[in-house]
Design a protein. Structure first.
Length: 622
């Protein structure tokens, strides 16, 4: 608990925030709401009304609900009821723009749950169920991303939370549909599993709001509630992927978001991590970086007892303390500011039983108060008004933060929701069956040639272990058809492991087109001396006399059978070389002793093929 002087400081500020927000409450024919404003050199302008948890009226309700638990003043709960009524009315009258947790209509289900937990009125759970069933189709067709903030992972967490309170059986079908979608969207990486390959990023994102940590958190917490080892497995694999992008030197998880305009053309084709690292931000917040990544690792350690997660969380806490002890940002809000750091320290203190972390959290919360006294705002970085009512990026969030010190801290907050209890019926999936589908699909033909039951799915955790097991099986059973199937699927899998998502291939295609246009301007003589090679996203596979091109693109990987001559050219260009060298090699191996006329004809045919391969982005300048 905090000492009395600090308690008075936090209490006074919470009541000031509450009075400010109550005074700014707006009303129209639909009911009550909060209006955000933006201030700049041209004055103050109204921002479009938002209804979500992140920036909208739904999030501000959560502050007043938390305050009502501390001080049961009817003004606070009446305000919540009035605003929620408007939000529900508008949601039922108009199709929501987004069907997501922090940024869409799913957040209203979470608010209904919190209304029930605060007031005990079960009608709010019934309203939450009604809303979930109303939004059901939107969960399936209106959600594109997989992340926690604005994707399937956040929906999985909230609907499971609702089920925990309601026991409504119809919700199980929604939970199963969402988790099925997450399983279907999982992709292998060189380490672990990843999601959301379509974002503008170097690779699938790390972090809590939009990346692996948040997806892992939802999977782990839902898995804990249902006692489902498959969801836990998926969550741990997401964390394994995220460690691929842990930066030891900075003691932080990399912010893989990329400004595509800053990528030098000469670095696009290789898409090398080291060339991008120097332009990545060193973000450390709840949304991106060590703060959010550490939240999930604390939870993973609490659930699994695996000391690896405790060690990773320890490093994340060190980075968090380093960041907040020498603040470089004028921002104490929850999402992107130091408010998220303080919330992490409270959580870490509870999970680790370390009272010193709570003491430090109090110290930094006092710093936030001093910052406000000096600047008149908790965030001088953003242009929003100082009285911005938003939860994750504004004033309501600061009141919500200070209330965590005034109330008995239970670890269950909007930044890391905890589903109460455990499901009576354990398990949703059979882990071995999911692994067989999820990992086995990459070696489907190879596995079909083995005797049934030859793959010990219980002991295989990732794609590398599956490959190693198959290699051992093939050594004991070196049939040609088995060797060929494995060789082909191993090549295919290598491209999947290298796949870096939508932005990589969109930028790469643009750059290849530029290079191709420049090369195609050359005459035949110049083209013959041009050094070329397969593009980084292309592999060539030969099976007996058949060639197949395997290539990556935005949506995934495709296979294209090709005729003998283009297959020979692509095979030769697996190592960089001039076109004249390629022609000489093909001529010597396939036309031995033939005349110069045949060589001339071959040269013209190969040049035509080379131009076609250039246009299709399969080869490029070496």
């Amino acid at each position: 608990m905090i000492k009395l002087p600090d308690k008075q400081l936090f209490e006074d500020e919470v009541y000031r925030i509450a009075d400010t927000l109550l005074a700014s409450l707006q009303q129209d024919e639909d009911g009550y709401y909060w209006q955000r404003r933006r201030s700049d050199n041209n004055g103050t302008a109204l921002l479009p009304e938002t209804t979500d948890i992140f920036n909208g009226s739904a999030g501000t309700i959560l502050f007043f609900l938390t305050l009502y638990r501390y001080q049961p003043d009817n003004r606070y709960i009446d305000c919540c009821k009035r605003v929620l009524n408007r939000l529900l009315k508008k949601t039922y009258q108009h199709s929501p723009a987004y069907y997501t947790f922090y940024t869409g209509a799913t957040g209203l289900i979470y608010v209904c749950i919190c209304m029930y937990e605060t007031t005990g009125a079960y009608s709010y759970i019934e309203e939450g169920v009604r809303l979930a069933l109303y939004l059901k189709q939107g969960f399936q067709s209106g959600v594109v991303k997989d992340d926690l903030l604005s994707g399937h992972a956040g929906n999985l967490l909230v609907i499971t939370y609702l089920y925990a309170h309601s026991g409504e059986q119809s919700l199980l079908a929604i939970i199963k549909q969402i988790s099925d979608t997450l399983i279907a969207h999982a992709r292998i990486a060189d380490t672990g599993l990843k999601w959301d390959n379509e974002k503008f990023a170097y690779d699938s994102l790390t972090g809590f709001s939009h990346g692996a940590a948040g997806i892992a958190y939802a999977l782990l917490e839902t898995g804990r509630y249902f006692g489902d080892e498959t969801l836990r497995y998926l969550g741990e694999e997401a964390l394994a992927y995220e460690m691929r992008y842990y930066d030891t030197a900075k003691n932080n998880w990399m912010d893989l978001r990329v400004n595509s305009l800053q990528i030098p053309p000469e670095e696009i084709l290789d898409w090398n991590l080291e060339s991008f690292r120097k332009r990545m931000s060193d973000a450390c917040s709840w949304a991106h970086g060590a703060v959010g990544a550490t939240l999930t690792r604390l939870h993973a350690w609490h659930l699994t007892g695996n000391d690896l997660y405790a060690e990773q969380a320890g490093r994340g806490i060190e980075r968090t303390l380093q960041d907040i002890s020498a603040p470089s940002r004028n921002n104490y809000t929850l999402c992107s500011g130091y408010g998220g750091h303080i919330m992490l320290l409270l959580k870490a203190s509870q999970v680790l039983g370390d009272a010193s972390l709570h003491t430090q959290a109090v110290t930094y919360a006092r710093d936030a108060l001093r910052f406000f006294k000096q600047h008149g705002t908790y965030n001088t970085y953003a242009a929003v008004h100082a009285e911005d009512p938003a939860l994750l990026s504004g004033l309501a969030g600061m009141g919500y933060l200070f209330l965590q010190f005034l109330l008995p801290y239970n670890g269950n907050t909007v930044l890391h929701p905890l589903i109460p209890g455990h499901a009576k019926d354990k398990g949703i999936y059979h882990l071995e069956a999911v692994k067989a589908d999820l990992l086995g699909c990459y070696f489907k033909q190879t596995i079909s040639l083995l005797k049934p039951g030859m793959i010990p799915w219980k002991r295989i955790h990732n794609i590398l272990e599956l490959e190693q097991h198959l290699v051992r099986r093939i050594k004991a059973d070196p049939r040609e058809e088995l060797l060929d199937a494995f060789s082909f699927e191993a090549t295919l899998t290598s491209l999947w492991k290298m796949h870096k998502g939508m932005l990589c291939f969109r930028k790469r295609t643009q750059q290849l087109q530029i290079i191709s246009r420049n090369i195609l301007r050359h005459d035949d003589r110049t083209l013959l001396d041009k050094r070329m090679a397969l593009c980084p996203h292309v592999k060539i596979h030969r099976s007996q006399s058949e060639y197949k091109v395997i290539y990556s693109h935005e949506e995934g990987i495709s296979i294209l059978p090709v005729q003998l001559l283009p297959g020979l050219i692509l095979s030769q260009l697996q190592q960089p070389g001039t076109i004249i060298t390629v022609i000489s090699s093909i001529f010597e191996s396939h036309f031995p002793g033939q005349s110069a006329v045949i060589l001339t004809q071959l040269t013209q045919i190969v040049l035509e093929q080379v131009r076609l391969l250039l246009r299709n982005g399969l080869i490029t300048a070496a």
